[in-house]
Design a binder for this molecule. Structure first.
Ligand SMILES: [Fe+2]
Length: 286
């Protein structure tokens, strides 16, 4: 060819359309040239003088190859579209499911509030403080979400405690205390059949354990108490003391913080308490 050699032309053609089928014909059958042409994407390499049958055969094969490549490409595109459609559907279903769970949690939390109107909003304040502590501890998104639901549901068992006990004004009798102390285990009974709530059970069951082992229902000590439950215990203690209870006004924040300091290492985990103080987590609930 006068302007450029075959290899040069092949490069230019492939530069314009990578999928173009190219059959090279040459009078100089050098192996290096053939290898280079194939590497650059030539479909066939025919040596002159050519027999027409050879050319026809080569063109047919090239066309068949082209048809197959286009079919594969079409199939791949269809597959990709299908995968992205299915992914979108799965994501949508997940959101629907998540919202349904959130709705059921809100119904349950509403039921606790209705039972114990004096501490209305308690679950939500404990939720906000717990999540804030969890994020200071570096919890990932999944763990934070679980903590969020666990904190919202921690007192769910109060649904099973009689109103006269929950709303009793004045001092509680030892029997009343015994009754109220059943709420973590009642809570577990309420949620244990629901798959989505299963990982919240340790938070519900153990939120009244004390760091020194003097809590209930299992008397667990220190780090044997699940971390999430120790977090909820700190937030819960603050909110209960500031909210007060029927017949008893809540305490002012500075007094509550002093009382909590007195529980360092006794009722409350010292490390979490420190975060609660240092990061002023209590301001969130005000
Ligand atoms: Fe509780």
């Amino acid at each position: 060819m006068p302007q450029m050699d075959g290899i040069e032309l092949l490069k230019k053609v492939k530069g314009v359309d990578r999928k173009m089928m190219v059959i090279m014909m040459t009078s100089y059958p050098e192996i290096d040239l053939a290898v280079q042409a194939m590497r650059l994407g030539a479909f066939d390499f025919i040596i002159k003088p050519v027999e027409l049958d050879m050319v026809v055969l080569s063109v047919r094969r090239a066309l068949e190859r082209k048809r197959l490549e286009e079919e594969v490409e079409l199939y791949q595109n269809r597959l990709e579209r299908l995968v992205s459609e299915r992914t979108a559907k799965i994501e949508e279903a997940y959101h629907v499911l998540k919202n349904a769970h959130l709705a059921s949690v809100n119904v349950l939390v509403g039921a606790i509030d209705a039972k114990d109107p004096y501490t209305r909003g308690h679950s939500d304040r404990v939720r906000r403080m717990s999540v804030s502590i969890g994020s200071k501890l570096g919890f990932d998104e999944k763990r934070l979400e679980s903590l969020e639901y666990g904190a919202l549901l921690h007192d769910i068992g109060k649904i099973g405690i009689r109103d006269e006990v929950l709303q009793k004004r004045g001092p509680l009798s030892p029997e009343d205390y015994q009754n109220i102390q059943k709420h973590p285990l009642i809570g577990v009974k309420i949620v244990k059949e629901i798959e989505f709530f299963k990982d919240k059970i340790p938070m519900i069951r153990q939120h009244h354990e004390h760091f020194d082992g003097s809590g209930y229902p299992d008397g667990l000590v220190g780090e044997a108490i699940p971390l999430e439950a120790r977090i909820i215990a700190v937030a819960d203690t603050f909110d209960v003391l500031t909210s007060g209870r029927p017949g008893r006004k809540g305490m002012i924040v500075t007094d509550v913080l002093m009382e909590m300091e007195g529980e360092r290492g006794k009722k409350l985990d010292p490390h979490i308490l420190q975060i609660f103080f240092d990061e002023k987590i209590y301001l969130i609930s005000q």
